[in-house]
Ligand binder design. Structure first.
Ligand code: HEC
Ligand code: HEC
Length: 335
């Protein structure tokens, strides 16, 4: 299929911009196929994480007990075996145990002396473009044209993938979609996978951002999203109420005034990944107040909470009927 597409691409004698677009679509299709791998793990670069565990085993930076060191060592060997037999998801979990046991962060501290990209400048630029896009009237028809490229990963219905590699966008507050999209393309929210598809060259300026968000706003929410394992849901509910509801709402409906995303009916594994990245400052655009709120919660508690969240549903009028397919994509297969 890819070879065919490449031939088609070569023959295309359109403008450079449209060539660039077509190439992007072909690459997006390949990436989308990768994202659909059942046990794909986006969160951690295993070899780098292993290096950090080994270093922490040697230096014991948090002065944990001999027992913790021993049990981490066992889990470390187990993780390597799992990784070698390509059970990446389980390998990651074993290594995660080590990070917890040794009380070290999964994320490497920033190298000293190396000039980091100027986050303040990047953020200021993003804030500016977000405001610009928020003040424009969306052209939903053009939004659909833009969305066609997003659909290879986010799916025509905007439901993403239940394995959590790609989030559900349907039902997300428009201003949250705008902010996140702008943050991603400005570099203020790390997401290398999506960068080429969200940049100005690929989709256009602030107007296109407003348009695609306007189109996404027409999509209804799937409640057949990826859920967690279903244990400790009562604990999850209590912790959610205590720690999260004031911003994300009693049923996870979010709060557009605070740019707090709708998280109800979001894929569990996506929630867990974002939660970790926010906690570990890997998602540069995190909300500082939220980061402070979650810093003392254990990962097992967080998982119970996020499992509970993934099962919260929006009001019926926002839910897509079962088996709904986006009619805007019905006849597009031949284009
Ligand atoms: C190549 C696949 C791919 C394409 C194409 C793509 N995305 Fe994404 N998108 C992702 C992935 C993967 C994530 C989640 C990244 C992460 O885990 O941080 C994401 C995240 C997002 C988010 C953040 C959602 C949230 O809940 O915070 C928004 C908004 C978004 N995409 C919008 C778009 C739009 C609009 C387009 C088209 C212009 C698009 N994406 C094209 C893969 C893609
Ligand atoms: C002070 C308000 C606040 C509190 C409290 C809070 N959050 Fe958030 N949360 C936010 C905001 C704002 C964002 C979006 C940040 C951004 O702009 O990227 C967010 C983002 C998230 C995301 C990423 C969603 C996505 O679609 O990408 C998850 C998951 C999340 N929060 C879970 C939680 C959980 C679980 C709790 C409770 C333990 C919690 N939050 C507490 C404000 C809050």
């Amino acid at each position: 299929m890819t070879a065919m597409k490449l031939i088609v691409l070569r023959r295309a004698r359109k403008s450079d911009r449209s060539k660039h677009r077509r190439r992007l679509i072909a690459v997006a299709a390949a990436t989308a196929a990768l994202l659909a791998t059942p046990n794909l793990v986006l969160a951690m670069d295993f070899p780098a994480a292993l290096k950090r565990v080994d270093h922490a085993l040697k230096t014991n930076p948090s002065q944990v007990s001999q027992f913790a060191l021993d049990s981490c060592f066992k889990r470390r060997s187990f993780a390597v075996k799992l990784y070698e037999s390509r059970q990446v998801d389980r390998a990651e979990r074993s290594l995660q145990f080590c990070f917890d046991a040794l009380k070290v962060s999964e994320v490497a501290p920033k190298a000293k002396g190396k000039a980091a990209p100027d986050m303040d400048k990047i953020k200021a630029k993003a804030v500016q473009e977000t405001e610009q896009a928020l003040n424009l009237t969306p052209n939903v028809k053009h939004g659909l044209e833009v969305y066609r490229e997003c659909a290879s990963c986010h799916k025509p219905e905007g439901w993403g993938l239940t394995n959590g590699s790609v989030p559900q966008l349907a039902g997300q507050h428009s201003n949250v979609v705008i902010k996140q999209l702008v943050d991603i393309r400005a570099g203020s929210r790390g997401n290398p996978m999506m960068n080429p598809y969200s940049c100005v060259e690929a989709i256009g300026g602030a107007q296109s951002v407003a348009d695609v968000a306007g189109y996404i706003d027409t999509l209804e929410i799937s409640v057949a999203n990826g859920k967690g394992p279903g244990i400790n849901l009562e604990v999850g509910e209590r912790l959610y109420r205590e720690n999260c509801a004031r911003c994300h709402g009693a049923s996870g409906e979010g709060d557009p005034l605070k740019y707090a995303p709708r998280i109800q009916s979001q894929h569990y594994k996506y929630l867990v990944r974002q939660y970790r990245w926010i906690r570990d400052s890997k998602r540069h655009n995190a909300n500082a107040e939220m980061t402070a709120q979650i810093k003392d919660l254990k990962m097992t508690e967080a998982k119970a909470m996020l499992d509970y969240v993934s099962r919260l549903e929006p009001p019926e009028e926002l839910q897509a009927p079962e088996g709904w397919q986006n009619p805007d994509f019905a006849e597009s297969k031949s284009n």
